[in-house]
Design a protein around this ligand. Structure first.
Ligand code: ATP
Ligand code: LTN
Length: 330
């Protein structure tokens, strides 16, 4: 029988999960869990590449696990864990860093963007972020890495590092492929629809845990344009196009169907209707997250079990790598 292909992906607990995290990532992960052998990680070590409040980081990490489960990821079917619980990520990252060029890291657009945004705090960790990400993926010999378009460059770098390492030490790593799920929608900020909805920029975000009242208010205030027609035109009508994308992702309709639904009706009808669709989409996720968060012991047990399973796989790869580079066995 064919072995299932392996998938690895992760999200940083750098802010509360948003509608973008769900529609762009977690929803497609949930669709993959039946057919692939999946690891879904909460990458807290990546989160500290920019300043975090420790208490918030701790709270969000457990909340993120609750939300993964509430969004339909099954801890029985997948390995779900917290990155810092598996020290092999940091250990492999060191070795891979010695097989990565300074020039390669300097070309990463996320580094350029984030260092411009945090000009007073450009750390070595922010610079070597993609090396840790490569370690995440290669430790588990992942075949596919589902990510949004913005992360493709990092997965390409991971492939280059793996190929270079394999060139010196054959048969060490599986070369992974970026996998941009077709159903994954790119969700833009409700306030500035030219920018991606990002959990570290709370303005313009809809959070998975927002109350129905908050969601309704945010959609009523969403930035549109001075026309009245509900029509998809990303160039000239970024706000309306983003709302259409959200509406379709929430209801399963096509853009054409949605445009027809609102033909002849203005934004005063359209915006609250999108809000309503999102309220219904997020209601069960919010309620299930709240229920799970009351059972801290269960969430901690899921994290522990995930970390044990991940460690088992990670140890195998790390042992092989240490041997190949010439470290003496302990
Ligand atoms: P940060 O603000 O800390 O950079 P983020 O909210 O932009 O975080 P990430 O943790 O970097 O999100 O992304 C996790 C995954 O979700 C990635 O694969 C990314 O491509 C995807 N993703 C994040 N935001 C969106 C969005 N608005 N629309 C679609 N996909 C998204
Ligand atoms: N850099 C990613 C998060 C991330 C990741 C990974 C994704 C860290 N390690 C490994 C896929 C595979 C992000 O910001 N979205």
């Amino acid at each position: 029988m064919d072995q299932k292909k392996r998938i690895f992906s992760g999200i940083q607990p750098s802010g509360d999960l948003t509608l973008g995290s769900y529609m762009g990532a977690i929803k497609s992960w949930a669709a993959l869990q039946e057919d692939y052998d999946c690891l879904f990680c909460i990458v807290d070590m990546h989160a500290i590449t920019v300043r975090q409040n420790p208490a918030d980081l701790r709270r969000r990490t457990l909340e993120q696990m609750a939300q993964y489960i509430a969004c339909g990821l099954d801890p029985e079917k997948n390995i779900m864990f917290v990155q810092s619980h598996v020290p092999q990520h940091a250990e492999l990252s060191w070795v891979l860093g010695c097989y990565t060029q300074f020039g390669e890291l300097s070309r990463m657009t996320q580094f350029k963007d984030k260092s411009a945004k945090h000009a007073d705090n450009i750390t070595a960790g922010l610079f070597t972020y993609p090396v840790l990400m490569a370690a995440d993926i290669l430790l588990y010999q992942a075949d596919l890495v589902p990510v949004g378009q913005d992360q493709k460059q990092h997965v390409e770098l991971c492939r280059d590092i793996a190929a270079r390492f394999n060139n010196s030490f054959p048969d060490t790593f599986t070369i992974p492929e970026p996998f941009i799920p077709k159903m994954g929608a790119r969700i833009m900020s409700l306030g500035t629809p030219e920018n991606k909805m990002s959990k570290s920029e709370p303005d313009g975000c809809v959070f998975l845990m927002d109350s129905p009242e908050d969601i309704a208010r945010k959609f009523k205030r969403a930035v549109t344009d001075c026309e009245t027609a509900v029509r998809y035109d990303k160039e000239n009508k970024p706000g309306v196009s983003n709302l259409l994308t959200i509406y379709c992702a929430a209801t399963g309709k096509t853009i054409e169907q949605a445009e027809a639904d609102f033909a002849g009706q203005g934004y005063g009808v359209f915006k609250p209707a999108v809000g309503e669709a999102v309220i219904e989409l997020l209601r069960p996720i919010r309620e299930e997250s709240q229920r799970l968060l009351k059972d801290k012991a269960y969430l901690e047990a899921v994290c522990k079990d995930g970390a044990e399973k991940a460690s088992y796989l990670a140890t195998k790869t790390l042992r092989k790598v240490y041997k190949k580079v010439g470290f003496v066995a302990r």
